[in-house]
Design a protein around this ligand. Structure first.
Ligand code: NAD
Length: 331
């Protein structure tokens, strides 16, 4: 059992990860300012502090609980907002993240796990599914901030030996997702249909995305704490490593990893799956495609598979069935 601090633990990905960590027996501390997260999503056994990640008082929480691991999910997640108010985006997503990172360093955290983006990191990629080694082309201040934090994590690792994992999530979907944000298209379509409205597809709907179900993301998040490598492989690597053996043995996954399905699904196909699952009799409406939208996106997950045997369990249809069940429950 470990003490684990989770920022953004009242949000979509954060709250599901907190549930899984607590179910696995960990002691969890949640920091969230509830700007988009909901108190009702926070597991009752978590210690909760309503606080902004930019608050200097964050240091007192680290001091009080001495977390061994930190998951950093709290963020301004709206890409369009990051364009219209880049200062606010950088203030939260860079300076706020740096406050979390610096506190993690000062309190001797064993590892920090950061939620980066894969969906808007590679621009119009040269190869699909896209590997982590593909050059990054962050096309919005939101993506620039995520890339900047990956660079800071690498700097902290090199200079202060603070191990990190940056997960570049594809388009995550599932229960509790708000119908706003970076990848809310599934939530937007389901919510519209369950309220009897006709969803709008922007452009001709042939643009593709890589949709990953929340439980697969949670499985990846938890894998950052453990290793499924053989003890022999770990012994060889740790003898090469300059880091302390204890830290390395506990958590060898380090660096940047895509978390994805490697499957491209067009928005039109996506609508048809949701239409079928909800037995919706109408076709979608079509609207103008906003400028700057990436045409195709799907991410390769072989790196996480080869290092930690992670692969997604849920097909898009299975995940959509589960998500629709949740929307019906709360409707
Ligand atoms: N949902 C996706 O498809 C996706 C894809 C790639 C990356 N991400 C990243 O994953 C993380 C979680 O995303 P999500 O979809 O769960 O979003 P979310 O909005 O549901 O969760 C973010 C949480 O952070 C909190 N928060 C925001 N600003 C804060 C601040 N200044 N101080 C403290 N708390 C603050 C919010 O109240 C919310 O609970 C984010 O970092 C996001 O950028 C998400």
């Amino acid at each position: 059992m470990s003490r684990i601090l989770v920022t953004g633990g009242a949000g979509f990905i954060g709250s599901h990860t907190v549930d899984a960590l607590i179910n696995a027996g960990h002691d969890v501390i949640v920091i969230d300012n509830l700007s988009s997260g909901k108190k009702t999503h926070i597991h009752q056994s978590a210690h909760f502090y309503q606080m902004d990640i930019r608050d200097p008082a964050l240091a007192s929480i680290f001091k009080k609980h001495s977390p061994e691991f930190v998951y950093h999910f709290a963020a301004q997640i709206n890409v369009r907002h990051s364009v219209s108010d880049s200062f606010n985006d950088a203030n939260i997503n860079i300076l706020g993240s740096l406050n979390v990172l610096e506190n993690a360093r000062l309190s001797g955290v064993k590892k920090i796990i950061f939620s980066s983006t894969g969906g808007v990191m590679y621009g119009e990629a040269r190869a699909i599914p896209t590997q982590e080694t593909h050059p990054s082309y962050p096309t919005s201040p939101y993506a620039i901030a995520k890339r900047t934090m990956e660079n800071y994590l690498q700097f902290y690792h090199n200079n202060y030996h603070l191990p990190f994992v940056a997960f570049r999530y594809a388009n995550v979907y599932g229960p509790r997702q708000d119908n706003k944000g970076e990848a809310g298209v599934i939530a937007i379509f389901i919510e519209a249909i369950t309220r009897g409205k006709i969803p709008t597809i922007y452009g001709d709907g042939s643009q593709t995305r890589d949709f990953i179900f929340i439980q697969d993301v949670v499985k990846a998040n938890l894998s950052a704490l453990e290793s499924s490598k053989t003890s022999e492989a770990i012994a060889v690597e740790s003898s090469r490593s300059k880091r302390s053996k204890g830290v390395f043995l506990q958590a060898p996954l380090i660096g940047i990893y895509n978390v994805s399905t490697a499957q491209e699904t067009s928005i039109r196909e996506l609508f048809h799956i949701i239409q079928r699952v909800l037995s919706f009799p109408h076709e979608a409406k079509y609207g103008d495609l906003p400028s700057g939208e990436v045409r195709r996106s799907a991410l390769d997950f072989q790196k996480l598979y080869s290092e930690n045997q992670w692969s997604p369990d849920f097909s898009l249809e299975q995940g959509i069935v589960k998500t629709c069940e949740w929307w019906k429950q709360i409707a």
